[in-house]
Design a protein around this ligand. Sequence first.
Ligand SMILES: [Mn+2]
Length: 382
Amino acid sequence: MTRKMWGLIPVLDCSQLLSLCATHCKPSVCPITTSAPRVDPPLHTMSDQAFVTLATNDRYAKGAMVLGQSLLNHNTTRKLVALVGPHVAEPCRDALRSIFDEVQVVDVMDSGDTAHLSLMKRPDLGVTFTKLHCWSLTHYSKCVFMDADTLVLSNIDELFEREELSAAPDPGWPDCFNSGVFVFRPSNETHEKLLAFCRENGSFDGGDQGVLNSFFNTWAMADISKHLPFIYNLSSIAIYSYLPAFKEYGRDAKVVHFLGKVKPWNYSYDAQTGEVKGHSLSPDQCHLHPDYLLMWWQLYAKSVQPLMQQAYGEAPFLSGFVDTSTDGELHEDLRENQAPVAPPPQKVSSEVRKQRWEAGQIDYMGDDSFDNIARKLDSFLK
Ligand SMILES: [Mn+2]
Protein backbone atom coordinates (compact mmCIF):
# COMPACT_ATOMS: atom_id res chain seq x y z
CA MET A 1 0.00 0.00 0.00
CA THR A 2 2.80 2.40 0.82
CA ARG A 3 4.27 1.84 -2.61
CA LYS A 4 0.99 2.53 -4.27
CA MET A 5 0.55 5.74 -2.35
CA TRP A 6 3.55 7.40 -3.92
CA GLY A 7 2.01 8.05 -7.25
CA LEU A 8 -1.22 9.16 -5.65
CA ILE A 9 -0.40 11.68 -2.99
CA PRO A 10 -1.70 14.92 -4.43
CA VAL A 11 0.89 17.59 -4.94
CA LEU A 12 -0.14 20.85 -3.40
CA ASP A 13 1.82 24.05 -3.38
CA CYS A 14 2.36 26.03 -0.23
CA SER A 15 -0.43 28.53 -0.83
CA GLN A 16 -2.92 25.69 -1.24
CA LEU A 17 -1.67 24.15 1.99
CA LEU A 18 -2.04 27.46 3.75
CA SER A 19 -5.59 27.85 2.56
CA LEU A 20 -6.37 24.35 3.82
CA CYS A 21 -4.80 25.09 7.14
CA ALA A 22 -6.68 28.33 7.48
CA THR A 23 -9.96 26.47 7.43
CA HIS A 24 -8.98 23.27 9.23
CA CYS A 25 -6.84 24.43 12.09
CA LYS A 26 -7.86 27.79 13.42
CA PRO A 27 -5.58 28.75 16.28
CA SER A 28 -8.68 29.64 18.35
CA VAL A 29 -6.91 32.29 20.34
CA CYS A 30 -8.81 35.07 22.05
CA PRO A 31 -10.10 37.80 19.77
CA ILE A 32 -7.69 40.67 19.39
CA THR A 33 -8.29 43.39 21.91
CA THR A 34 -6.56 46.30 20.31
CA SER A 35 -6.74 49.52 22.23
CA ALA A 36 -5.82 53.02 21.18
CA PRO A 37 -2.09 53.75 21.34
CA ARG A 38 -1.02 54.65 24.86
CA VAL A 39 -0.58 58.33 25.65
CA ASP A 40 -0.34 58.36 29.44
CA PRO A 41 2.68 57.05 31.29
CA PRO A 42 2.16 53.40 32.19
CA LEU A 43 1.09 52.35 35.66
CA HIS A 44 3.50 49.47 36.02
CA THR A 45 3.88 48.02 39.45
CA MET A 46 7.03 45.93 39.04
CA SER A 47 9.49 48.61 38.07
CA ASP A 48 12.60 46.48 38.48
CA GLN A 49 11.50 43.89 35.94
CA ALA A 50 11.14 44.37 32.20
CA PHE A 51 10.33 42.83 28.87
CA VAL A 52 13.22 43.60 26.51
CA THR A 53 13.35 43.49 22.73
CA LEU A 54 15.83 44.51 20.04
CA ALA A 55 15.43 46.30 16.70
CA THR A 56 18.47 46.61 14.44
CA ASN A 57 16.65 48.33 11.57
CA ASP A 58 13.36 50.10 10.80
CA ARG A 59 11.59 46.92 9.74
CA TYR A 60 12.39 45.14 12.98
CA ALA A 61 11.37 48.35 14.78
CA LYS A 62 7.84 47.83 13.41
CA GLY A 63 7.92 44.29 14.78
CA ALA A 64 9.10 45.61 18.14
CA MET A 65 6.20 48.09 18.22
CA VAL A 66 3.64 45.37 17.49
CA LEU A 67 5.21 43.17 20.19
CA GLY A 68 5.23 46.03 22.73
CA GLN A 69 1.62 46.93 21.96
CA SER A 70 0.59 43.27 22.29
CA LEU A 71 2.15 43.18 25.77
CA LEU A 72 0.26 46.37 26.71
CA ASN A 73 -3.01 45.03 25.32
CA HIS A 74 -2.65 42.08 27.67
CA ASN A 75 -2.04 44.37 30.64
CA THR A 76 1.52 43.57 31.54
CA THR A 77 2.62 45.03 34.87
CA ARG A 78 6.29 45.09 33.82
CA LYS A 79 8.37 47.78 32.13
CA LEU A 80 8.99 47.65 28.40
CA VAL A 81 12.49 48.23 27.00
CA ALA A 82 13.51 48.44 23.35
CA LEU A 83 17.16 48.23 22.42
CA VAL A 84 17.76 49.85 19.05
CA GLY A 85 20.74 49.68 16.74
CA PRO A 86 22.31 52.89 15.36
CA HIS A 87 20.55 52.43 12.01
CA VAL A 88 17.01 52.79 13.35
CA ALA A 89 15.61 56.11 12.06
CA GLU A 90 14.74 58.87 14.53
CA PRO A 91 10.97 58.89 13.78
CA CYS A 92 10.92 55.13 14.39
CA ARG A 93 12.60 55.69 17.75
CA ASP A 94 9.94 58.34 18.54
CA ALA A 95 7.16 55.88 17.72
CA LEU A 96 8.88 53.24 19.86
CA ARG A 97 9.04 55.72 22.76
CA SER A 98 5.25 56.02 22.82
CA ILE A 99 4.94 52.28 23.46
CA PHE A 100 8.12 51.45 25.41
CA ASP A 101 9.14 52.89 28.77
CA GLU A 102 12.75 52.96 27.64
CA VAL A 103 14.35 53.07 24.20
CA GLN A 104 18.08 52.56 24.48
CA VAL A 105 20.52 52.82 21.61
CA VAL A 106 23.11 50.08 21.59
CA ASP A 107 26.06 50.70 19.35
CA VAL A 108 28.69 48.05 19.81
CA MET A 109 31.13 50.11 17.71
CA ASP A 110 30.90 53.03 20.12
CA SER A 111 31.02 51.09 23.32
CA GLY A 112 34.83 51.20 23.56
CA ASP A 113 35.05 48.22 25.85
CA THR A 114 35.14 44.44 25.69
CA ALA A 115 32.20 44.45 23.32
CA HIS A 116 34.00 46.66 20.83
CA LEU A 117 37.11 44.54 21.09
CA SER A 118 35.06 41.39 20.57
CA LEU A 119 33.42 42.85 17.49
CA MET A 120 36.79 43.77 16.01
CA LYS A 121 37.86 40.15 16.28
CA ARG A 122 34.55 38.64 15.17
CA PRO A 123 32.84 41.13 12.81
CA ASP A 124 30.55 38.31 11.63
CA LEU A 125 28.86 38.26 15.02
CA GLY A 126 27.80 41.93 15.08
CA VAL A 127 24.07 41.43 15.64
CA THR A 128 24.81 38.71 18.19
CA PHE A 129 26.91 41.09 20.28
CA THR A 130 24.14 43.66 20.09
CA LYS A 131 21.63 41.19 21.49
CA LEU A 132 23.97 40.13 24.30
CA HIS A 133 23.88 43.77 25.45
CA CYS A 134 20.56 43.03 27.14
CA TRP A 135 22.64 41.67 30.05
CA SER A 136 23.91 45.19 30.67
CA LEU A 137 20.44 46.46 31.70
CA THR A 138 21.47 46.18 35.34
CA HIS A 139 18.84 48.63 36.62
CA TYR A 140 16.47 45.68 36.30
CA SER A 141 16.72 42.61 38.50
CA LYS A 142 15.13 40.24 36.04
CA CYS A 143 14.04 40.50 32.40
CA VAL A 144 12.33 38.52 29.69
CA PHE A 145 13.92 38.96 26.28
CA MET A 146 11.57 38.64 23.31
CA ASP A 147 12.55 38.81 19.63
CA ALA A 148 10.93 41.58 17.62
CA ASP A 149 9.31 38.88 15.47
CA THR A 150 7.20 37.56 18.34
CA LEU A 151 3.58 38.41 19.17
CA VAL A 152 1.93 38.01 22.58
CA LEU A 153 -1.55 36.45 22.69
CA SER A 154 -2.22 36.62 26.43
CA ASN A 155 -0.66 37.95 29.64
CA ILE A 156 2.69 36.22 30.25
CA ASP A 157 3.89 38.05 33.38
CA GLU A 158 4.19 34.67 35.12
CA LEU A 159 7.43 34.20 33.18
CA PHE A 160 9.11 36.42 35.78
CA GLU A 161 8.70 33.61 38.31
CA ARG A 162 11.31 31.68 36.31
CA GLU A 163 15.07 31.87 36.74
CA GLU A 164 17.95 32.52 34.33
CA LEU A 165 18.22 30.96 31.86
CA SER A 166 14.71 29.78 31.11
CA ALA A 167 13.59 29.24 27.54
CA ALA A 168 11.46 26.96 25.36
CA PRO A 169 12.90 24.14 23.23
CA ASP A 170 13.89 24.89 19.66
CA PRO A 171 11.67 22.95 17.23
CA GLY A 172 14.66 22.00 15.07
CA TRP A 173 16.76 20.52 17.89
CA PRO A 174 14.76 20.36 21.11
CA ASP A 175 17.86 19.81 23.30
CA CYS A 176 18.72 23.40 22.38
CA PHE A 177 16.58 26.25 23.59
CA ASN A 178 15.21 28.80 21.16
CA SER A 179 16.63 32.23 21.95
CA GLY A 180 13.57 34.13 20.72
CA VAL A 181 12.07 34.19 24.23
CA PHE A 182 14.18 33.80 27.38
CA VAL A 183 14.29 34.82 31.03
CA PHE A 184 17.58 36.34 32.23
CA ARG A 185 19.16 38.34 35.03
CA PRO A 186 21.06 41.43 33.86
CA SER A 187 24.60 41.38 35.24
CA ASN A 188 27.80 43.08 34.12
CA GLU A 189 29.71 40.00 35.14
CA THR A 190 27.60 37.66 32.99
CA HIS A 191 27.72 40.20 30.15
CA GLU A 192 31.54 40.24 30.16
CA LYS A 193 31.71 36.46 30.41
CA LEU A 194 29.31 36.05 27.49
CA LEU A 195 31.33 38.44 25.31
CA ALA A 196 34.58 36.70 26.17
CA PHE A 197 33.01 33.31 25.50
CA CYS A 198 31.69 34.54 22.18
CA ARG A 199 35.05 36.00 21.18
CA GLU A 200 36.90 32.79 22.01
CA ASN A 201 34.44 30.17 20.83
CA GLY A 202 32.34 31.91 18.18
CA SER A 203 28.86 30.60 17.54
CA PHE A 204 28.09 27.16 16.17
CA ASP A 205 25.11 28.51 14.24
CA GLY A 206 26.51 31.96 13.50
CA GLY A 207 24.00 33.73 15.76
CA ASP A 208 23.09 34.41 19.36
CA GLN A 209 21.22 31.12 19.78
CA GLY A 210 24.40 29.11 19.23
CA VAL A 211 26.40 31.23 21.66
CA LEU A 212 23.73 31.18 24.35
CA ASN A 213 23.21 27.42 24.10
CA SER A 214 26.96 26.80 24.39
CA PHE A 215 27.23 29.20 27.33
CA PHE A 216 24.17 27.95 29.23
CA ASN A 217 25.08 24.39 28.32
CA THR A 218 23.32 22.61 31.16
CA TRP A 219 19.87 23.75 30.02
CA ALA A 220 18.86 20.45 28.40
CA MET A 221 19.49 18.26 31.45
CA ALA A 222 19.94 20.19 34.68
CA ASP A 223 16.66 21.80 35.72
CA ILE A 224 13.27 21.19 34.17
CA SER A 225 11.89 24.42 35.69
CA LYS A 226 14.06 26.28 33.16
CA HIS A 227 12.24 24.62 30.29
CA LEU A 228 9.42 26.94 29.28
CA PRO A 229 6.41 25.23 27.76
CA PHE A 230 6.42 25.42 23.98
CA ILE A 231 3.29 27.63 24.05
CA TYR A 232 5.54 30.51 25.21
CA ASN A 233 7.45 30.37 21.93
CA LEU A 234 5.29 28.72 19.31
CA SER A 235 7.30 28.99 16.14
CA SER A 236 5.40 29.02 12.91
CA ILE A 237 7.60 26.27 11.46
CA ALA A 238 6.45 23.83 14.17
CA ILE A 239 2.81 24.30 13.20
CA TYR A 240 3.41 22.61 9.86
CA SER A 241 5.88 19.98 11.02
CA TYR A 242 3.46 18.57 13.62
CA LEU A 243 0.00 19.65 12.59
CA PRO A 244 -2.00 17.26 14.83
CA ALA A 245 -0.24 18.69 17.91
CA PHE A 246 -1.02 22.18 16.72
CA LYS A 247 -4.67 21.23 16.28
CA GLU A 248 -4.73 19.83 19.81
CA TYR A 249 -2.71 22.46 21.68
CA GLY A 250 -2.53 25.49 19.40
CA ARG A 251 -5.40 27.21 21.17
CA ASP A 252 -3.25 27.46 24.31
CA ALA A 253 -0.50 29.42 22.58
CA LYS A 254 0.64 32.50 24.49
CA VAL A 255 3.46 33.71 22.25
CA VAL A 256 3.81 33.24 18.50
CA HIS A 257 7.29 33.47 16.98
CA PHE A 258 7.46 34.28 13.27
CA LEU A 259 10.62 32.25 12.76
CA GLY A 260 12.24 32.13 9.33
CA LYS A 261 13.40 34.42 6.58
CA VAL A 262 10.02 35.93 5.76
CA LYS A 263 8.56 38.14 8.50
CA PRO A 264 5.07 39.62 8.85
CA TRP A 265 6.39 43.04 7.78
CA ASN A 266 7.56 41.54 4.47
CA TYR A 267 3.91 41.17 3.52
CA SER A 268 1.55 44.07 2.98
CA TYR A 269 -1.93 44.85 4.15
CA ASP A 270 -5.02 46.16 2.47
CA ALA A 271 -6.63 48.32 5.13
CA GLN A 272 -9.81 48.60 3.04
CA THR A 273 -10.52 44.89 2.86
CA GLY A 274 -8.54 43.84 5.94
CA GLU A 275 -6.52 41.32 3.92
CA VAL A 276 -2.85 40.42 4.08
CA LYS A 277 -1.26 40.43 0.64
CA GLY A 278 1.78 38.72 -0.77
CA HIS A 279 1.39 35.06 0.21
CA SER A 280 2.43 33.87 -3.20
CA LEU A 281 5.70 35.76 -3.35
CA SER A 282 7.86 33.07 -1.81
CA PRO A 283 6.06 29.76 -2.09
CA ASP A 284 8.74 27.71 -0.36
CA GLN A 285 9.12 30.07 2.56
CA CYS A 286 5.59 30.95 3.57
CA HIS A 287 5.40 29.06 6.83
CA LEU A 288 3.53 31.80 8.66
CA HIS A 289 0.08 30.78 9.80
CA PRO A 290 -2.42 33.04 8.03
CA ASP A 291 -4.47 33.70 11.19
CA TYR A 292 -1.46 34.83 13.22
CA LEU A 293 -0.21 36.86 10.28
CA LEU A 294 -3.57 38.60 10.10
CA MET A 295 -3.51 39.27 13.86
CA TRP A 296 -0.09 40.89 13.50
CA TRP A 297 -1.33 43.17 10.72
CA GLN A 298 -4.56 44.07 12.50
CA LEU A 299 -2.59 45.16 15.53
CA TYR A 300 -0.14 47.06 13.34
CA ALA A 301 -2.95 48.84 11.46
CA LYS A 302 -4.87 49.78 14.58
CA SER A 303 -2.13 50.82 16.99
CA VAL A 304 1.27 51.11 15.32
CA GLN A 305 0.66 52.70 11.93
CA PRO A 306 -0.99 55.79 13.54
CA LEU A 307 2.10 56.26 15.74
CA MET A 308 4.37 55.99 12.72
CA GLN A 309 2.19 58.47 10.82
CA GLN A 310 2.42 60.88 13.73
CA ALA A 311 6.19 60.46 14.05
CA TYR A 312 6.88 60.88 10.33
CA GLY A 313 4.38 63.71 9.75
CA GLU A 314 4.61 64.79 6.11
CA ALA A 315 7.70 62.68 5.45
CA PRO A 316 7.11 59.47 3.50
CA PHE A 317 7.61 56.12 5.19
CA LEU A 318 7.01 52.50 4.35
CA SER A 319 3.69 51.86 6.00
CA GLY A 320 3.34 48.37 4.55
CA PHE A 321 -0.19 49.21 3.46
CA VAL A 322 -1.24 48.42 -0.07
CA ASP A 323 -1.24 51.62 -2.08
CA THR A 324 -4.76 51.67 -3.49
CA SER A 325 -3.76 54.30 -6.06
CA THR A 326 -1.66 51.64 -7.81
CA ASP A 327 -4.62 49.31 -7.96
CA GLY A 328 -3.63 46.75 -5.41
CA GLU A 329 0.02 46.55 -6.39
CA LEU A 330 2.22 45.46 -3.54
CA HIS A 331 4.03 48.07 -1.56
CA GLU A 332 7.73 48.57 -2.05
CA ASP A 333 8.41 47.31 1.46
CA LEU A 334 7.38 43.87 0.32
CA ARG A 335 9.48 43.86 -2.80
CA GLU A 336 12.59 44.98 -0.96
CA ASN A 337 12.44 41.89 1.19
CA GLN A 338 16.10 41.04 1.79
CA ALA A 339 15.61 37.32 1.42
CA PRO A 340 15.93 36.54 -2.26
CA VAL A 341 12.71 35.13 -3.59
CA ALA A 342 13.46 31.55 -4.49
CA PRO A 343 11.91 30.02 -7.59
CA PRO A 344 8.98 27.71 -6.90
CA PRO A 345 10.17 24.20 -6.02
CA GLN A 346 10.37 21.94 -9.03
CA LYS A 347 7.92 19.10 -9.23
CA VAL A 348 9.71 15.81 -8.66
CA SER A 349 8.62 12.37 -9.79
CA SER A 350 7.05 9.85 -7.42
CA GLU A 351 10.12 7.66 -7.71
CA VAL A 352 12.47 10.48 -6.72
CA ARG A 353 10.19 11.41 -3.83
CA LYS A 354 10.16 7.84 -2.62
CA GLN A 355 13.97 7.70 -2.73
CA ARG A 356 14.17 10.96 -0.81
CA TRP A 357 11.69 9.71 1.78
CA GLU A 358 13.69 6.53 2.30
CA ALA A 359 16.87 8.59 2.61
CA GLY A 360 15.22 10.59 5.39
CA GLN A 361 14.83 13.73 3.23
CA ILE A 362 11.17 14.27 3.97
CA ASP A 363 9.52 17.39 2.65
CA TYR A 364 7.35 18.10 5.69
CA MET A 365 6.38 21.52 4.37
CA GLY A 366 5.51 20.45 0.86
CA ASP A 367 4.67 17.20 -0.84
CA ASP A 368 5.04 15.10 2.30
CA SER A 369 3.08 17.45 4.55
CA PHE A 370 0.70 15.98 7.07
CA ASP A 371 -2.36 17.21 5.20
CA ASN A 372 -1.27 15.57 1.96
CA ILE A 373 -0.63 12.24 3.64
CA ALA A 374 -3.79 12.40 5.74
CA ARG A 375 -5.87 13.12 2.65
CA LYS A 376 -4.30 10.16 0.86
CA LEU A 377 -5.00 7.87 3.81
CA ASP A 378 -8.58 9.14 3.96
CA SER A 379 -9.04 8.26 0.32
CA PHE A 380 -7.98 4.66 1.05
CA LEU A 381 -10.31 4.38 4.03
CA LYS A 382 -13.36 5.61 2.20
MN1 LIG B 1 13.08 35.52 15.84
